[in-house]
Write a protein that binds this ligand. Structure first.
Ligand code: NI
Length: 226
């Protein structure tokens, strides 16, 4: 499932994150890539330990925590500290790859990557190219979103970032371990949750809706781990 979520960051948060990143130290992105991905990764990332990084991470994580759509789609158990990347000039693309299945978190523990997310931070009119292209069983999706919007997709998919031919593309990317490991189960829960929200708006709280809400929670209880 590929889902876009608009307005994850408020305009104020967006401008604060941009200002923080303008003071950050950038380094080659290949440092955090696996062996295959490193051969096709040609971008820059904010260096670990760069002073504005912690504050930018905090703003993004706060925004994720209040976003009900993100919670319903990803059912996050743990989120790796967000990374920030930049594509421009000679370091302007990331070829086809699958995200590594496990990554070490800031606390040293391994995290399984179930869901990946890209939060766009640059105005799309300010750069050419730079589409996130996700290949899945339903075809190829090209994603280029407004600044402050985010796309969520399965970490298991092959994806790439097309070359940026003008301007620069700055984004935040994240890896999430889900409470529900199976992508189909996550999809079923998301569809059920969205249908319940719509039905509740149309009908109010009715006894069958209470029972269906119970079905949602009992499925989540059955499938949630971690
Ligand atoms: Ni990736």
């Amino acid at each position: 499932m590929l889902l876009t979520i608009d307005g994850v960051l408020t305009p104020q948060e967006l401008s604060t994150v941009r200002a923080l990143l303008s003071q950050a130290r950038w380094a080659s992105g290949s440092a955090t890539a696996g062996v295959q991905a490193a051969t096709v990764k040609n971008n820059e990332q904010v260096e670990e330990g760069s002073p504005p990084l912690a504050q930018a991470r905090e703003i993004v994580l706060t925004a994720l925590n209040r976003n009900a759509l993100f919670f319903s789609a990803a059912l996050p158990a743990r989120i790796l500290p967000p990374f920030f990347n930049r594509y421009r000039g000679q370091t302007n693309h990331y070829g086809p790859h699958v995200d590594g299945a496990v990554r070490r978190g800031g606390d040293g523990r391994w995290l399984r990557t179930d869901v990946s997310a890209t939060l766009f931070l640059s105005d799309p009119a300010s750069y050419d190219g730079g589409e996130l292209t996700v290949h899945d069983t339903f075809g190829v999706h090209r994603v280029k979103l407004a600044a402050g919007a985010m796309v969520v997709y399965p970490s298991s998919s092959v994806h790439e970032v097309a070359p940026v031919m003008r301007g620069e593309r700055i984004a935040c990317f994240m890896f999430i371990e889900s409470l529900v490991r199976d992508p189909l189960a996550r999809r079923v829960l998301f569809d059920l949750d969205m249908a319940l929200v719509e039905l509740r708006a149309q009908l109010g709280e009715t006894p069958p809706l209470v029972r269906l809400t119970g079905v949602y929670h009992n499925l989540l209880r059955r499938w949630a781990q971690g």
